[in-house]
Design a protein around this ligand. Structure first.
Ligand code: FMN
Length: 401
């Protein structure tokens, strides 16, 4: 729509699509002030017992600034405190390994040893003092490792023995005893996260990592109670949920990130994920973040859960809505959210949206939008942040420019 005005040197506020635009003279106008009454983004919500001040979430982003043992460095603390000051409602820390064998790479935080509780306390305390709420994301990567660490791996672990389609390396089938040890490792890691002061724990069940591999008919050919039917493929996830819940208690916020689909024929399909989500909801999960894809399903030169531009705004929303129909707990939609006006509209249908790359470029994005500058996120989804994360540590080549 084009608007012309014959007004000079006066500012007029015009309301369109529930947002207020300021117009000066006959200049092209731009959105400035969000209408506070209609501002869903800035409404609080609850994830279990946890009150979150707004509906913008920083999706887990493995920054790559931990020591080789998994302790946060000052750089990581600075990143999270800057995000907290930037106003985002919930920060999900980059993925934390539950055991050494479950490490994705060499510079992520760890939750595999009691010695890490003290340094992680510093991260939690600093982030919370800066006004943030911080969740830990727990991961066993299974056979999906950082390619840079492949040569260091004695073995790749997965639900079934196979040649890994990503790396061409042999994958060893986990024994039942080993699976039970992994379930225990998740519980211990969650208990450490709680002791360190994290406000919530997220189970990483997306993006082709171990739990996702058990869910996937393309990776899981087991003949025992962990393979075959969807109920059996879901067993590891349900056991992990139960074990963590037992470790942290019923009132501690526990949520999950799921891939709606694997992204290749024979993989997990959205209707199966919706079914699994309904089971978790009935078991008491406090929220579900809906992503999609695996590195194996990568397309357009990138991973399909971290799409390089161009892509549709909020490209995975329809899968989040599919799950929303089946559950009572809050649902968070991730991937490709950039435009606050679209987010505002979307929040009529979904509880929260999460973003990763936009917060790397603009840690203060939430406050920028809440303060009335409603221009879209500056992130151009070039994925240089991802390349750098795998090399020297996450950074935006445009940040501070
Ligand atoms: C540098 C980088 C690191 C990431 N690390 C994680 C991670 O640790 N855990 C996770 O679940 N997703 C991770 N992701 C994926 C994001 O959480 C998110 O799902 C994805 O980037 C799509 O959201 P966006 O379009 O807002 O960036 C990472 C993405 C990037 C760019």
């Amino acid at each position: 729509m084009v608007f012309k005005f014959n007004l000079h040197f006066s500012i007029v506020d015009i309301k369109i699509d529930e947002l207020t635009y300021s117009v000066m003279g006959n200049q092209t106008f731009f959105p400035t002030k969000a209408d506070s009454k209609m501002n869903r983004m800035n409404q609080s919500w609850k994830m279990g017992t946890l009150e979150i001040k707004n509906r913008l979430v920083r999706s887990a982003t493995d920054e790559g600034f931990a020591t080789p043992e998994g302790a946060p460095t000052q750089r990581l603390i600075d990143i999270d405190t800057e995000l907290a000051r930037g106003g985002v409602g919930l920060i999900i820390a980059g993925t934390a390994h539950i055991s050494l064998e479950g490490k994705w790479g060499n510079n992520g935080i760890g939750m595999d040893h009691d010695n890490l509780i003290k340094p992680l306390k510093r991260l939690c305390k600093a982030t919370q003092e800066a006004g943030g709420i911080l969740a830990a994301q727990l991961l066993h990567c299974g056979a999906t490792v950082n390619p840079a660490t492949l040569s260091e791996r004695e073995v790749l672990l997965g639900p079934s023995a196979m040649i890994d389609p990503l790396f061409g390396h042999p994958v060893e089938e986990l024994t039942q005893d080993h699976i039970l040890k992994i379930v225990d490792d998740y519980a211990m890691a969650a208990s450490r996260a709680k002791k360190a002061g994290f406000d919530a724990v997220q189970i990483h069940s997306a993006h082709g990592y171990l739990i996702n591999q058990f869910l996937s008919p393309s990776r899981n050919f087991r003949k025992d109670q962990y393979g075959g039917s969807l109920a059996n493929r879901t067993r590891l996830l349900c056991q992990v949920y139960e074990a963590i819940r037992g470790a942290v208690g019923k009132d501690f916020p526990l949520f999950i990130k799921m891939s709606a689909y694997d992204g290749f024929p024979g993989g997990v399909e959205p209707y199966e994920t919706a079914h699994t989500a309904a089971i978790l909801d009935a078991m008491g999960i406090d929220a579900i973040e809906v992503s999609a894809g695996t590195p194996e399903g990568g397309k357009k030169g990138g991973w399909d859960h971290i799409l390089p531009a161009p892509f549709e705004e909020g490209s995975l929303l329809k899968y989040a809505l599919l799950i929303k129909e089946k559950v009572n707990c809050p649902v968070i939609s991730v991937e490709g959210w950039r435009n606050p006006k679209k987010i505002e509209k979307t929040l009529e249908k979904i509880d929260a949206v999460s973003m990763s790359r936009p917060f790397i470029r603009e840690p203060n994005l939430a406050n920028r939008w809440f303060e009335g500058d409603l221009s879209p996120a500056l992130c151009i989804s070039c994925n240089k942040c991802l390349e750098l994360q795998m090399d020297t540590g996450m950074a935006c080549i445009f940040h501070d420019k």
